[in-house]
Design a protein around this ligand. Structure first.
Ligand code: SF4
Length: 225
């Protein structure tokens, strides 16, 4: 079924701001789901592990990894087979382990262990795409950052920001960057993850209990059938 997309930009903005306001009330903390202990290299590693893996599993694996290799340098110098063994439960373990080691070599050798904040520079790290680069910029540096993860892409579509079936993270990032005040983008995306887990899951959204149902085109459409 084709879902309605809100065409008017001002109306889109009004709705997404109302959505942001309500999510702030429901989830005032807006914390990152990954446990990076305020150590930037950990967030980069956890971000790499999170591809096609749950945050819960990533946090468990990350805890073991960082207890054995507690610094960026330790990971840069680690035997690749030892990293592989630990990160295996996250899937795609060979490429993830190699990316993690290479990232930490780059971080220590080229940047002296200091995480860069520039988007283009972050994208040069192995395995870092725009989603992770935005996560790093938003959480470490407090910069405007739309983290277009699977929850954000799905829910913004359901809320009529673009065709619901779109799975294009660049579109999500572009639309939300245009509509949201820059200073709330990073927290908004953390809240969307929490909201996606609690109410608006991919397979079984709890629309009848949802605090956004009155401003959700999908809900209205479904209930007109
Ligand atoms: S009403 Fe349903 S589809 Fe719309 S935001 Fe809420 S849970 Fe998601």
């Amino acid at each position: 079924m084709k879902r309605p997309v809100i065409r008017n930009k001002e109306e889109k903005k009004r709705r997404i701001l109302e959505c942001a306001r309500r999510l702030t009330e429901i989830y005032p903390g807006a914390e990152c789901a990954l446990h990076w202990d305020n150590e930037p290299f950990k967030l980069m590693v956890l971000g790499r592990l999170s591809a096609q893996c749950t945050d819960a599993r990533v946090n468990i694996v990350g805890k073991e990894l960082f207890s054995k290799f507690p610094t960026a340098r330790a990971l840069a110098e680690a035997d690749i087979s030892e990293i592989e063994e630990i990160v295996r439960p996250c899937g795609l373990y060979k490429v993830k382990a190699q990316n993690i080691k290479d990232e930490m070599i780059m971080l220590t050798e080229r940047f002296g262990g200091e995480m860069p904040r520039d988007m283009e520079t972050l994208l040069e790290f192995p395995g870092v795409g725009r989603k992770i680069a935005n996560l790093l910029r938003g959480d470490i540096f407090g910069l405007p950052a739309v983290v277009a993860d699977t929850h954000c892409i799905r829910i913004a579509g359901r809320l009529g920001m673009y065709p619901e079936k779109s799975s294009d993270p660049l579109l999500t990032e572009a639309v939300l960057t245009e509509l949201l005040p820059p200073e709330i983008t990073s927290d908004f995306c953390h809240r969307i993850v929490l909201f996606g887990r609690e109410y608006c899951s991919a397979r079984s959204p709890r629309c009848s209990e949802c605090p956004l149902s009155d401003i959700c085109p999908k809900y209205r459409e479904d209930n007109q059938q």
